[in-house]
Write a protein that binds this ligand. Sequence first.
Ligand SMILES: [Zn+2]
Length: 248
Amino acid sequence: MDHYPCCHLIRIKKGKFSIQHIVTLSFDDGFLKSNLKIAEIYERYNLSACFNVIATGADDSFVSPDSGQGNIPKGNFELWNDLQSRGHEIMPHGFKHANKSKIPFEEAQTLIIDCLDIFQAKLDGFDPRHSIFNFPYNQSTPELEVWLPSVLAAYRRSGGGLNQLPYPGMTKLTTTGFGPENCEAHLDQEIEQLLSAPSGWLIYNTHGLDNEGWGPIGTSYLDELLYRLTAIETVSILPAGKALGVCK
Ligand SMILES: [Zn+2]
């Protein structure tokens, strides 16, 4: 496939400062109440949030995969299109949130293709070649990782939150998270590590706000974190696709 040309973020400037650190809070699962609040908080700072949603998550037939999601109501594509039009990023997080490391390759491949088909049908302007597949549970297989770059721009899996700054052709993004209880202390540590490195991109996988989902963060914590990070001249808070240059 042809990769969409990536931007060189090192050259992107915030005022007269070059960006040395990127922070992506990668919000999974598409919880309705949390995502509305997250979008509103990001908008206070003129920022775009990064939402990874399940293709069938709002369907009546959707079966909650585990206690981490419980029966928390999820948003639908009407909401995802609205959030996207407000500048937020909506990326795929599976057809039904299956753990792809526990099923045969062909089955995992079919689920991913079915997920992308739904996104193409329901999300305005969606193009898989400009999208990032965010593995449920961050679990992939080597076979899937060989195949995925032929259909998508990149994928996100486990392997640690700190990544290199984006570069052309970067297809593998790694992430970290903490749960099932509140993940704020762990996220603070990861941010501290990022800021103590000369440069880097922290992709931190989180879910809902307050008591929604696995490893949540508080509403006021998110607000204060964005306030704190936007004050640092060399830090940029970006959704993953925009950081990678696959989204306009
Ligand atoms: Zn998930």
